[in-house]
Design a protein around this ligand. Structure first.
Ligand SMILES: [Mn+2]
Length: 340
């Protein structure tokens, strides 16, 4: 087992009976992996008699509501309460992200600690402060959290993994592996999944809620965006734009365009797909999906974003969707020609 995983477990155990809180930080715009993994570790800590809370930038999105995690486990970060939060701070733990600037406003609270703990699987060039259990080969942060939970069990002599915790981690695995079908899925992923199944996780209900359930509004938005999609570079690049007007016309929710980039990447011959989306707060957000050898993370980094080799994204504050469109097409030319 990795030395930093060991150190993280030790740091966490220092908080037992200390009255201090382990503060868990997912990234902004939570997904199934970061929410499931954050909730799982917080629930585990409570079983150890440690105060623990997940500091969220925004409430749990509707599409992940099926997890039915106890609301008391979450704190919607309020910048005015930072003194109160910091007075109980025992340890800070970033989950599925490595740095304060991925956390939104709650990053200020995370940054107060001199020894941050990190459990992450993103390609990251970040700082080396604190204890970092980072493995870019792990399919999901949930795999790494499971490792840490097993260490906590060994060190405390308690059985901690239960059905609820297992299911939260399973949601992480299923989300980040596209129900065990992406290239990141390894034998270790399946071993972790088997362990979680044995402990009461429910793959079937999760899969329905994560991947299958939809609504008419979302269907309409998806079909509109897909029919507007354009192909470039001899069909290697697919791109579509989702405007606020389209979202309004379809009466769809803000996150209804999630998953579109994967649909576009499925077109035969496409090696990279982009979905450019106008958000209600005036940003332009881009989701990227790719096939080998196109490095989506490197592409996103060129625009100040990041992610994984096959799935990444970035946001632009002062550019319209159209301007971002043009910038992407131009930049992609360099990327695609390098790969010949
Ligand atoms: Mn993840």
């Amino acid at each position: 087992m990795n030395e930093s995983a060991n150190a993280i477990a030790d740091q966490i155990l220092l908080c037992v009976n200390s009255g201090k809180e382990v503060q868990v930080f997912p990234h902004v715009r939570v997904d199934g992996d970061c929410l499931g993994s954050s909730a799982a570790i917080a629930m585990t800590l409570k079983k150890l008699g440690i105060r623990a809370k997940v500091y969220m930038d925004e409430p749990v999105p509707d599409r992940l509501g099926f997890l039915e995690i106890q609301p008391a486990l979450f704190e919607i970060y309020d910048p005015k309460k930072i003194k109160e939060y910091s007075s109980v701070q025992g340890a800070v733990l970033a989950v599925d992200c490595s740095e304060a600037d991925r956390m939104g406003r709650s990053g200020d609270l995370f940054a107060l600690s001199g020894i941050p703990l990190v459990i992450d699987h993103h390609v990251s060039s970040g700082i080396s402060q604190g204890f970092r259990y980072v493995d870019a080969k792990a399919a999901a942060a949930a795999e790494l959290v499971l490792d840490v939970i097993r260490l906590l069990e060994a060190k405390s002599g308690q059985i901690l993994l239960d059905a609820d915790i297992s299911n939260c981690l399973m949601v992480g695995l299923q989300s980040d592996t596209g129900r065990f079908s992406f290239q990141n899925t390894t034998a270790h992923t399946f071993r972790s999944a088997a362990e979680l199944l044995e402990n009461g996780a429910n793959v079937y209900i999760n899969a329905y809620n994560l991947f299958d359930v939809t609504n008419v509004e979302r269907m309409r938005l998806t079909s509109k965006a897909l029919s507007n999609a354009k192909l470039f570079y001899g069909g290697m690049l697919a791109l579509t734009v989702v405007t606020q007007e389209m979202i309004r016309e379809c009466k769809a929710s803000e996150d209804a365009a999630d998953g579109l980039a994967s649909n576009l990447r499925d077109i035969e011959g496409v090696i990279v797909s982009f979905v450019i989306r106008e958000t209600s707060d005036g940003e332009t957000r881009v989701n990227i999906r790719s096939y080998e050898p196109f490095d989506a993370a490197a592409f996103a980094e060129a625009f100040g974003g990041g992610g994984h080799h096959r799935a990444a994204g970035f946001s632009m504050q002062n550019m319209t969707a159209n301007e971002v469109f043009k910038a992407i097409i131009e930049k992609a030319g360099d990327f695609l020609s390098e790969q010949d």
